[in-house]
Design a protein around this ligand. Structure first.
Ligand SMILES: *Cc1c(COP(=O)(O)O)cnc(C)c1O
Length: 495
């Protein structure tokens, strides 16, 4: 393959059967010492709760189980292996200092049922992170309870609903631009609102005329992502806020991707009333696999009575405590106080960088997205040439003439040793290639990426069928993604 670039192309891909297939009767990965206490009759102890038939359990030795899972772990692509340019997901490097701090004994072994008196350190972490995020967003108060971005959206809209009800007008609608993340309309519907679509203009931003025409006393809020999913900053954000506020509506900002704003611009200063953050994007905590998510919701003073409870307060003696006496609260949205381990990591990241470091991070994220944009302009179609922030969206318009679509290019990118970019999103760009390098990437890695993408564009011209058949170097070839989503096989069954 003459086009292959300097990037490693072979995936480590040891074959591996199911653990059930390795099983042989009598093997075990453990050995207990002889029983030195009286034996208890399980049936007596457990009664009908005793499970006698354990079904088909794999029986393997310790080294077999270690090799099984270690081999399988090599099938995954990870940010620790290379660039992960999945737009909108902000797949940035998770610094090891975060992990070091999260493993400090007193922090790792803390328990939510510990009395407040001996949890002051943990409460201080929650308080300090809250204060940092309030400073970064320019908002007045925050809840750290929600466990993901979409969960934050739900919590935010529950507060919007409680606020509008407290004004005596429940309102029925949420306005959402056509460039919105899919979770926005889903959340609005889940909270019981009707969703009304708002058109973007030719710059890829909110059409102010359309907003003025659609805004009325039935609209509870507008949910806006800024920078939006085209990676474009909504320059008229002040006007958008004014139009909403004039008719009693609230401005919800989807702040999942604050990577272009931190240290530069504060949503609280441009009229936002309520917003969520994704600690697992902007603040470098792991996405899935390595840990749960966290989607704090920051608000303006007017929404404070509705915050999920309990809220953290400082008592007169200076100690920290939870206040449960919150009659207007939307209630609790998560067990205990949220995903505490993620708060520790996000705070470690914020403090390790400091204000200037965070600002630099933002500048580097924007610089990197624009470096990739410059490198690929002319090779791939750029549907909106408005300046890019932390990500850039191309389309497959040129390659589609040869019958090759964004998903095919993404599959071919795997052969070059990269994780695919985000395909077919945002929906307002047909055949979108959404690329977000993040600040983690060096110029050298981005050069390899640009080289790979250009090489694929050449391959599309010369041998489109080869690209359509990609990936070629992986353990499994193209999977039937629709069947995988619609008819998933989640359980192994013995024949
Ligand atoms: C990732 C993302 C979300 C959803 O966050 P989850 O943690 O995956 O629920 C919402 N909005 C935007 C713009 C996002 O990028």
């Amino acid at each position: 393959m003459k086009h292959m670039t300097r990037k490693a192309t072979r995936h480590v891909n040891q074959n591996e059967g199911l653990i059930f297939e390795k099983s042989s009767a009598g093997k075990a990965a453990w050995k207990l010492p002889p029983l030195d206490v009286p034996e208890v009759d399980a049936a007596k102890l457990l009664g009908s709760a005793e499970r006698k038939d354990l079904g088909n359990m794999p029986e393997v030795s310790e080294i077999e189980i270690i090799r099984h899972f270690t081999r399988m772990s090599t099938w995954n692509y990870a940010i620790d292996l290379g660039m992960y340019p999945l737009g909108s997901c902000t797949m940035k490097y998770n610094p090891r200092v975060n992990e070091a701090v999260a493993r400090v004994e007193g922090i790792a072994n803390g328990h939510p049922y510990q009395p407040e008196k001996i949890s002051q350190g943990a409460l201080r972490i929650i308080k300090t992170l809250s204060e940092c995020l309030i400073e970064i967003t320019g908002m007045d108060a925050i809840t750290l309870q929600p466990a993901a971005g979409a969960h934050g959206e739900m919590t935010g809209l529950l507060m919007v609903r409680a606020y509008q009800e407290s004004k005596g007008n429940p309102r029925k609608k949420i306005l959402i631009p056509d460039s919105a993340h899919g979770t926005n309309p889903a959340t609005a519907a889940m909270v019981g609102y009707a969703v009304e679509n708002l058109k973007s203009d030719s710059r890829g931003t909110v059409d102010i005329g359309a907003l003025e025409a659609q805004m009325n006393e039935d609209v509870a809020a507008l949910m806006l992502t800024n920078p939006n999913t085209l990676g474009v900053f909504e320059q008229d954000i002040h006007r958008i806020a004014d139009i909403l506020h004039a008719k009693g509506g609230l401005l919800y900002m989807d702040g999942a991707n604050m990577n272009a704003l931190v240290g530069k611009a504060r949503p609280g200063d441009f009229g936002v009333d309520v917003m969520h953050l994704n600690l697992h994007k902007t603040f470098s905590t792991p996405h899935g696999g390595g840990g749960p998510g966290s989607g704090p919701v920051a608000i303006k003073k007017t929404l404070e009575p509705f915050l999920p409870k309990p809220i953290l307060v400082t008592k007169s003696d200076g100690t920290l405590s939870f206040d449960y006496n919150r009659p207007h609260s939307v209630g609790r949205v998560r067990a205990f106080y949220g995903n505490f381990g993620m708060f520790v990591r996000a705070l470690a990241y914020i403090q390790a960088n400091g204000p200037d470091g965070l600002r630099q991070t933002t500048e580097d994220a924007v610089l990197n997205a624009n470096y990739v944009r410059k490198g690929l302009e002319g090779t791939y179609d750029l549907p909106y040439d408005t300046p890019s922030m932390h990500e850039v969206v191309f389309s497959d318009k040129v390659q589609a003439k040869k019958g090759v679509r964004t998903m095919d290019i993404a599959k071919r990118l795997i052969d070059y040793g990269f994780h695919p970019y985000t395909t077919a999103f945002p929906l307002i760009v047909p055949g979108a290639l959404m690329i977000e390098p993040t600040e983690s990437e060096s110029k050298e890695e981005m050069d390899l990426f640009v080289e790979a993408m250009k090489s694929i564009a050449e391959e599309v011209e010369e041998d489109p069928q080869m690209v359509l058949d990609a990936p070629h170097s992986t353990r499994v070839r193209r999977l039937d993604e629709t069947a995988a989503a619609r008819k998933p096989v989640l359980r192994w069954k013995p024949d």
